[in-house]
Each structure stands twice: as C-alpha cells, then as structure tokens.
Design a protein around this ligand. Structure first.
Ligand code: URP
Ligand code: ZN
Ligand code: ZN
Length: 465
C-alpha cells in the first residue's frame, strides 16, 4: 500500500507561478478529491492528468462578495439568474459568489433565506454563500438571527436609503439590528447613503425637470455616503460591533471610514471596479443611462483616492455589486434617471480588471490582489476554511492565467445576460486558460466544461470576523 504522499493525484499543475496570500513562487499544485493536497517545488507522485503551467500565473479561485442574481429593481429584475450569472462568474475566474436575500414585505428573514437558497441550489455553476438582507420590520424578525447564524449565515445587510422601495431602515432600527447581530456573533453590512440628503437632492432635480442621467449622480452626492458612514460608524463604535460598508464609492466616504478605523472601529471597506475605473463623465455619453448604478459613478479624484487606499491596504474587499440589465431593460425608463433600473454587470470582469489596472499598473501587488478578491472576503465572511487562498487542505478552486496574452472586453462575448459591458473595449493583460472548482475543470480555454450546475452552498464557519 503506497503511503498517501505517493497516492496518485487527480491533477498536478506543474511549474506555474503560484500566487498565494503569502508569496508568489514557482510550485507544483497537487489536487486530489477536490482539495489541494500538496504544494511543493516538485511533486514526484503520479497524477491522472498533468497540466504544464510554465509561464502562467496560478491563482486561488476568486470570491465576488457582492452579487445580485435576479433581484427586483424598479419595474424589472436584474437579468442574470444563478445559472447565467454563475457561468459569467466562472469565465472571470470567480469560483465563489456571495449573493443577497430579498426580503418581501411581511416575509421572515428565515423564509427569505430559504427562498434565495432555492434559487441557487442546483442552478449555480460556482460555489455560493448568502448575505441576509434586513429590509422589512426588523424588530419582528430579529429573534431569528441566532438560528440563522447557527446555520452558517452571519452577514446581515441593511440600507440607509431606498425608502421608496421599502428597503430603508432608520438609524434607530440600524442600532437595534447591530445590537442583535453582534450579540449573536454576526456582522452588519451597510449600503451607506443618508436618505434625507438623497431625497432632497432627487426632489430638487425632478422638480426642475432635470431627468438626464447625470442627475442620478447629482441626486446621490458623496456627502450622503459620508454622512451615512459617519452615523453607522458612531453606532458601531458605541456598540463595539463590526461594520462592513458595501460599495464605497467616494473620497468623502473613504475619509470618514478611515477616520473611524483609526479610532479603532472594526470597519471593513468594500469598493467596486466601477468606482475605480469609470467616472461620472460616462453619464454624459450617448448611452449614459446604461451607467446608472447606485451609488453613482464619481469623479477622477474619487477614483484616485480609492486606488490610493487600495495600495495602502486600507480597503478590505473589491466586490462587484453585479446587478446587470440588458440594453432593452436600460431603456425602460426612457432614459430618465429616476426610472432607469440601476445596476451594472461586473462579475466576469472583476479579476481581469483588477489584475490589469491594479497589478500590471503597479498600484497593487499580486499578494494584495489575492487579499482583496480571496483571503479577505473569505476571512470576513467565514469562508476561509475552504476558500480564498491556495493551501493544503483548501478547496481546489484554481485559476490559471496566461499573462503574456492581451484580450479585450466586449459585451457581446460576455457570458451573463447583459448584452453590453461598461468596460467595452478595455484591454486585459492576460487570458484565462483553466478554472477549477473543487478539483473539477469548469473552464478550459474558452470552453465551458461543466454540463450541470454543481455549485455548493458554503456555510460560514462559526467564529466571528
Ligand atoms: O444600483 C445598484 N447597485 N443596484 C443593486 C442594488 C444595490 O444598491 O446594491
Ligand atoms: Zn447597494
Ligand atoms: Zn448591491
């Protein structure tokens, strides 16, 4: 009987430049039974299949900690479901997505979770986890939180805006939610925009008949983001509770968040590629209404501040807020800012953009990239016993990237349902060659190799972030 070190691997990925959260070095990766079983300079055991990764970068499968598959927005629903959206994810090297429940009026948190799980189970091609939205009658459903956390879901998202959609919680409710969630060992996430400021600005522009896309940005100023972060951070500080700010978009918001961190608030910052690479001038272009997303695109100065914070390790996570609409859906509001469904596609371009415009421009290192798209979201959301890095015992979720090629983003070649891309024509410094999910090949070159959706729910481990 051979000892386990000599047992055949299912795969050996040989000679690639392996990028982990700790280092980048040439190594062989041995995969058996869905796990990374060995990581060494040279593996001598046999393998059923060997892949020559010489000259390639080998990354951990990435995590997109912020997606919205098939959610109601305005008069329509975001175009991807778990099937199309997870396929798009795979083609971007994202092997775990974290989506959000949608709590209907009168629906319990547990029922909303069951409903979202039923949409993902058997439909997702990549692994998934779920954040629990609290938008309706928080006080009524807070007693369910400990049980939800015991089941492996410990991140709860709140909104300080979207009153018109019935999703907003007041600051007093926010505090009550944070008390309950943190007492049970969970984490509160916040879509931070102070609604009074948003409603006042929106009202002003609607009254003046200013309905062009740029007024989406004017209606949701950076000051609203900063004000909401300030408010939430004060509550988190007082309660000594962790707080996760989703899709932080502005220099003003960033400043407040970093000041709170310096005061010792356990505050996690997420930003998105659209705030790093696009700016509000997009609203003035021919199809400016396509770019309506919330928070809105900001200025070049905001972009610079966010990149600087990323370089300084002050941002924890880059997620996408993937919430795509087709071109036809984007026309539904007749180009009026307040009627256009808000959201952008992003899950497929997350890693290629961050690699090209982050790593290859010298703004971040490969290790920082793996932190932002891997180990940090895995740790914050309790998935790090399985995901987010390359290490013995972790799931064999791997991405093999050829950094010598140049490719270009084109909406019509993307794999989700949006028939356009906000990043149309942008160059990408590399090409995806292989994607593995738990030791199985999901993608080889441009071929999708999975015949059935075999994404698993990954419950969070129990300890707090
Ligand atoms: O406009 C966006 N981003 N739609 C998705 C919902 C949200 O606010 O994250
Ligand atoms: Zn949001
Ligand atoms: Zn979102």
């Amino acid at each position: 009987m051979p000892d386990s070190s000599q047992q055949a691997f299912d795969f050996i990925i040989r000679g690639g430049m392996v990028v982990t959260s700790r280092c980048t070095r040439v190594m062989d990766v041995g995969i058996r039974e869905g796990k990374i079983q060995a990581l060494e300079f040279h593996l001598s055991a046999p393998a059923n299949q060997e892949i020559d990764a010489t000259g390639r970068l080998v990354f951990p499968g990435f995590i997109d900690a912020h997606t919205h598959m098939g959610i109601p927005i305005k008069t329509t629903s975001s175009a991807d479901d778990f099937s199309s959206g997870s396929m798009a994810a795979a083609f971007g090297g994202v092997t775990t997505i974290v989506d959000f429940t949608v709590q209907a009026t009168g629906q319990s948190l547990m029922d909303s979770l069951e409903e979202r799980l039923s949409r993902a189970n058997g439909k997702s091609y990549v692994d998934f986890h779920i954040h629990v939205n609290i938008t309706d009658q928080p006080e009524r459903w807070l007693p369910q939180i400990p049980e939800i956390i015991r089941r492996g879901f410990r991140s709860f998202k709140t909104f300080s805006t979207y009153r018109e959609a019935g999703m907003m919680v007041t600051w007093s409710q926010f505090r009550t939610i944070m008390e309950a969630v943190s007492a049970a060992g969970g984490l509160v996430m916040l879509h931070a925009e102070e609604n009074t400021l948003v409603e006042a600005a929106t009202h002003k522009h609607l009254e003046a008949g200013q309905l062009e896309p740029i007024y989406h940005a004017r209606s949701r100023p950076a000051s609203a983001e900063a004000r909401a972060i300030e408010q939430a951070a004060r509550i988190a500080e007082e309660l000594q509770a962790p707080l996760y700010i989703v899709h932080l978009s502005s220099a003003d918001g960033l400043k407040v968040a970093l000041t709170a961190k310096q005061r010792g608030v356990r505050l996690f910052i997420e930003t998105c590629p659209q705030y790093l690479l696009l700016d509000e001038s997009a609203y003035q272009e021919k199809n400016g209404h396509y770019f309506i997303t919330t928070p809105p695109l900001r200025t070049r100065l905001d972009q610079q501040a966010l990149w600087q914070a990323i370089s300084n390790n002050q941002v924890d996570v880059v997620g996408t807020d993937h919430c795509p609409f087709t071109r036809a859906q984007k026309e539904m509001g007749n180009r009026k800012f307040h009627l256009t469904p808000n959201g952008l596609p992003g899950v497929e371009t997350l890693f290629p953009l961050l690699y090209t415009y982050g790593v290859r421009t010298g703004r971040i290192t490969l290790q920082q990239l793996v932190h932002l798209l891997g180990i940090n979201p895995a740790r914050i959301f309790g998935l790090d016993h399985r995901k987010g890095d390359i290490g013995v015992g972790l799931d064999a979720d791997l991405v093999i990237w050829n950094p010598e090629e140049t490719t270009w983003i084109t909406g019509k070649h993307q794999h989700g349902r949006a028939d356009w891309s906000p990043y149309e024509g942008m160059a990408i410094a590399g090409k995806l060659e292989w994607v593995f999910l738990r030791g199985k090949v999901l993608i080889h070159q441009d071929q999708f190799m999975a015949s059935t959706p075999e994404g698993h729910l990954i419950p969070a481990r129990s300890a707090t972030p």
